[in-house]
Ligand binder design. Sequence first.
Ligand SMILES: Nc1ccn([C@H]2C[C@H](O)[C@@H](COP(=O)(O)OP(=O)(O)OP(=O)(O)O)O2)c(=O)n1
Ligand SMILES: [Mn+2]
Length: 569
Amino acid sequence: MKRASYEGNSTSKKANTTNEEHQFLSSLRCHVLPAHFGKGRHGIFKKQIEKYGGHISETLNPEVSHVIVEETVDINKVAKLVNKEVLKNSVIVKCTWISSCIKEKRIVDCKDLILNNASKEISPSVSSHSNLFVSDGTKDGINSNNMSHAGSHVTKLGNEPPSASNTDNLGPGGRARTTNDNYNDIHVTDLKSSDAVASLNTPTFAAGDDKDSDHSTTQQLPQLGKLQSMFACGHASGASKLASPNSHITAELQKLLQVYQSKNDTWRITGYQRAIAAIQAHPHPITNYQSARKIRGVGEKLAAKVAEIACSGRLRKVEEICGSEETTTITLFMGVWGAGPHTSANWYMQGFRTLEDLRAKATLTRHQKVGLQLYDDLNSRIPRAEASQIHQFVQQCCGEIRTGLLTEVCGSYRRGRDTCGDVDVLVTHPDGHSHEGVFRKLLANMKNKGFLTDDLVTQEDNGSQQKYLGVCKLPGPDTKHRRLDIIVVPYSEFAPAMLYFTGSAHFNRSMRLLATKLGMSLSEHGLRANVVRKGNEKLTAGCLLETLTEESIFRHLSLPYQQPVDRDH
Ligand SMILES: Nc1ccn([C@H]2C[C@H](O)[C@@H](COP(=O)(O)OP(=O)(O)OP(=O)(O)O)O2)c(=O)n1
Ligand SMILES: [Mn+2]
């Protein structure tokens, strides 16, 4: 235990001399921020710190180890008051921490008393729930390495200055970053990867992430490698899943999440997604309320649920909710292609309870009519072998209209799944231009053969890419209708498109967010560098990097290459 070992040290010190005991603050160099302190109280604090051996610095300078603030001071105000560059070795601590130290005659845990604006940049979803941020990513843990150096035992405010000799600061492709590389205002701390993974599950994370960053070219360089390791795209998916000692807990919570997804309960969806990812990534078995509560994103109510699952192996609430007529009906309706949670809940409210009710009484869009008609087929998973046959059929149709066309099945198939929800086929031509005109001809050819049975969405204007969503059926009396996506792309966009359509969606989100953090922009069309943003707005489009292979995209982001099967997060 990190904290215990530290306290153990201080206890053994305590056994020494009384004089030493009274100098227990000697490792601190404090600046007591006058804001909100009355003059008298400000002086008393300074005197008390000095009395117990602490050093007082009247100015804010790099020597300061602790900035002591009045307990009611607002974190944002402190952040604005403090010059991060000057205070890169400091922490901001509430004055009540000093009071506790003096009361106990030792340096006590900073728990709950540290203010650090870094949390805002790392994860607004975290900071919105708590103004506390400690370096090892737990609410009550203090990093033992840091603790061993009294006076620098919590998250640093600033970042290491850029250094070309430090390989951590090398940019994409290993080149040293220059001032022309624009990075968002990133503060890298010792967040565990689980925190980053958890945060990435929060839909609002990407959107709100850059809210407070400015677009100046002043660099706040991330420690590369460490940053990458905080993202899901920096890890193979299998390891964390297999290794998790808390899968039984997340499996149960996942059921509740599905219910909230069916109800479009955004608030709960966000909270559960974040908590599930954090629990999944937690390296130790969670056996009780207290250990659950220590995990970022797990509040009181959720910790109680986790404890219930840990004790009894199940959650009564899951049985109650999942078994309710409302939930089962809405889940049934959501199986209609083209019906989301909102429409499904609406149908339930209109009194519909069965698919027959929908057929007879509901107002249906063209897509929903197809979805309802082919309900059973489209809701059954496609065995891998059949997905492969569908691909072969598409490949044959391609060969009939043009030679040299290249096809690749992406999606869950490429990630190695045994069954797939649909078949996602990417089509291109390696000569760079012969993909043009293929889209319509290919669709017409597949329709002529009776292979395409129903069109759902045809999108021809997604930049240079064309996308078709429809339904196909292999020849034969016993074959099922299957969802098929066809995407025709220019060869220059083949690798980023392949990366995108291979997914998973979570893996993609994490990679896009990492790119954003690195001042880049990733989409199915390509990877751009030197993108300047103000908040979520892109001020410059940046410059397109050459990405002829998926490997090159990973390289540009300084990520270890992940095989498709390792992207199944
Ligand atoms: N909101 C989305 C939807 C899709 N994709 C990407 C990643 C997906 O892996 C890929 C294909 O989308 P699918 O919906 O077909 O998902 P999968 O193929 O992964 O799963 P399934 O077996 O359900 O088809 O497109 C994404 O990044 N974000
Ligand atoms: Mn798919």
